[in-house]
Design a protein around this ligand. Structure first.
Ligand code: GDP
Length: 462
């Protein structure tokens, strides 16, 4: 570990311990997920429900129980002076309170918000102490960047080999046609010219975008190629995978930029933010991936397994970065698209794919747990009749048509499905209209499973 991060780690620990003594603590919770996973909706619901709980509403029963009903007040703390944009709960809740309600605009890149939670304290004899204030710092960041973590364990040559193998398969090979033709036509000793490097980068980035947008693929690296963040597309990004045997100046330039890119991600994102999270939630739209078909599902599963191996392998991350989250929850979002009895299967499916072929995460890492949730519940359980047979279904209002509909979504497999599942090719995923919120927000937001997740993530710290 470098001396600076060691010192900072010690300072942070001392600072946290001192705060604990005077009853003022900070807990940093990072929320991430691949784009459209439901981060914005998740944070909006979390804030609305915590604030409502502070006003006495019982919107988060499992959390309430985990902390013995001691939550007294919850408020959003005014923005500090950080340069990171502020998550805007007022605008997001405004969208849900509109007539008709609509889904909040999604946030790109980074955003942050702090919430002060005042918790009642008692002495061992039951006497009352002044309330304890726990400040919950929320940080929302693009899950695409998480996919850079596995790259820290690979050098340029092995990353190139693995990436090109994947790129030459299935739907990728088709949308990466121009990029693959470009690298195949390059002489093995191509010179280090920036015009070439930029051309290769542009073709590679466009291929990644097409994989995501046209085929719902998720294992797409490097993350900043898809989501460049506030610092835009610098020449640092002008690299791409090259086949084995490329030895010229261009190959060395790409290898140098690969290393420089990872250093930059480390000093601008991992060190200042990632190492300071105490807790982490990784959101995954597993149902959306099932709906997108076999290739998209398997790719999402592979991406999630790669991320899970790193974020929950605390030992390795700690050695590399100096610190890592101690609890990591993986949650399948939009669980209100399936009836209640399918939600246990959904949570089991997330666990299976997150643990991937590797089995349990590396020993000594973060504690992990697996959930199925709907940050904003839009449906009720219902029964659909198909060809005279009754099926468990859900009923909600379709977003575009504004009319109620009973939807049989299809079966959720408990494990990554067998080929026969894809042959039947049936999984429905319409967009539902969110319920309209009362503008005062006093009663929180209807959800499924947010309280269980928060109880596991935060219960011990409150
Ligand atoms: P982000 O890109 O990860 O921030 O994704 P969003 O939070 O903007 O969510 C993307 C879309 O997914 C929303 O506009 C909704 O259509 C849908 N969605 C997200 N969460 C839920 C949920 O809990 N239930 C339902 N039915 N839809 C959801």
């Amino acid at each position: 570990m470098d001396p600076l991060s060691l010192i900072r780690g010690v300072l942070d620990t001392t600072e946290d311990a001192a705060r604990a003594l005077v009853g003022r603590e900070r807990l940093r919770l990072a929320v991430t997920g691949l784009s459209r996973a439901g981060k914005t909706v998740f944070l909006t619901s979390l804030i609305a429900n915590l604030v409502a709980a502070g006003r006495g509403a019982r919107t988060l029963p499992a959390l309430d129980e985990a902390v013995g009903g001691r939550i007294r007040r919850v408020q959003v703390v005014p923005a500090g002076t950080e340069t990171v944009p502020r998550f805007d709960p007022e605008a997001h809740l405004g969208a849900l309170a509109a007539d008709p309600p609509h889904w909040p605009e999604r946030t790109e890149d980074f955003s942050t918000l702090s919430i002060a939670i005042d918790v009642e304290r008692r002495t061992s004899l039951g006497g009352l102490l002044p309330d304890r204030r726990v400040t919950l710092d929320l940080l929302d960041y693009p899950g695409e960047w998480l996919l850079d973590l596995p790259m820290l364990r690979q050098d340029y040559a092995s990353w190139s080999a693995a990436t090109l193998t994947r790129l030459r398969r299935g739907a990728r090979a088709e949308v990466a046609r121009d990029f693959l033709a470009f690298i195949d036509a390059l002489p093995g000793d191509a010179a280090a010219e920036d015009a070439l490097a930029k051309r290769g980068y542009t073709l590679y980035r466009d291929a990644l975008r097409a994989c995501r947008d046209e085929h719902g693929l998720r294992f797409l690296q490097p993350g900043r190629f898809l989501n460049p963040g506030p610092r835009g597309e610098a020449p640092l990004l002008w690299f791409f995978p090259l086949p084995e045997g490329a030895r010229g100046g261009l190959a060395s330039l790409c290898a140098r930029r690969y290393a420089a890119y990872l250093d930059d991600q480390r000093s601008n994102f991992l060190d200042p933010f990632f190492t300071r999270f105490h807790r982490q939630v990784v959101l995954v739209d597993v149902l959306g991936a099932l709906h997108a078909g076999q290739e998209a599902f398997e790719d999402t599963a592979e991406a999630l397994a790669a991320v899970a191996a790193v974020v929950s392998g605390g030992n390795w991350l700690e050695r590399l970065l100096g610190a890592a989250p101690t609890r990591v929850a993986f949650a399948a979002t939009k669980a209100d698209h399936v009836p209640s009895r399918a939600r246990d299967s959904l949570a089991a499916l997330v666990e299976h794919i997150a643990l991937g072929a590797r089995g349990r995460a590396e020993a000594g890492g973060a504690a992990t747990s697996f959930h199925a949730l709907a940050a904003i519940r839009c449906t009720e359980d219902a029964v659909a009749t198909l060809e005279g047979q009754a099926f468990a279904a859900v009923r909600g209002i379709l977003l575009n048509e504004g009319r109620g509909a009973t939807i049989y979504p299809g079966e959720v497999p408990m494990r990554p499905p067998e080929p026969a599942f894809w042959q039947s090719g049936f999984f429905r995923m319409p967009e539902f209209r969110p319920p309209r919120l009362d503008p005062a927000g006093a009663s929180g937001v209807p959800h499924l499973g947010m309280d269980g997740l928060l109880a596991w993530l935060l219960g011990d710290a409150l």
